[in-house]
Design a protein around this ligand. Sequence first.
Ligand SMILES: Nc1ccn([C@@H]2O[C@H](COP(=O)(O)O)[C@@H](O)[C@H]2O)c(=O)n1
Length: 189
Amino acid sequence: MSEFNFDMTLTRFSYNGKRCPTCHNILDNSKAISDECRQELDHLLKTYYPIEIDTSKPVSEKLPLMVEWWTKAHDLLVEQRIKKDELAEAVRESDAMLREGYELFFDRLHEHGIPLLIFSAGIGDILEEVIRQANVFHSNVKVISNYMDFDESVEERKQSYLDSYDIVLVNDESLEVPNAVLHYLTSNK
Ligand SMILES: Nc1ccn([C@@H]2O[C@H](COP(=O)(O)O)[C@@H](O)[C@H]2O)c(=O)n1
């Protein structure tokens, strides 16, 4: 079994002198969030990242502050009502990159049936998308991370209902339609 972190461990730290994004940064830089939210997330990053990399502070001191960071950032992201299909686009348009030699690494672990456990304080949905778009999301890869819950709106589900049923009612709290059907059936008898 092999165990790895994701951001900056399996992904590149920089490319051609430019910093590569973490899973959070992919979303922070995407069209899926508003400029106001982007600014607030950036403010959080500038506040908490220096604490994360401060080697003079013990882990016990940093841990609650990191949890505070993720909680605040996740609360802001929830308010954005991000849609699932926006994530793939955010990853495609980002500068996220797995480290050089990743194909050999992922493929060989898969060939030998060695599980690859990826632990991340990032966003699992984004992380998986990075691996998927690199074509190395093999069956031996297991991700332990934070996942988003998507609120599928009526609008998004409407087509599948229309394909399955004769009548689809939207925003109708009454029994008008069932009563009309009942009336038709009973008065024709
Ligand atoms: N709002 C946040 C919270 C965390 N990060 C960074 O994500 C990294 C996750 O790293 P893993 O090794 O667990 O994948 C963490 O190191 C933070 O720097 C962020 O960018 N934004």
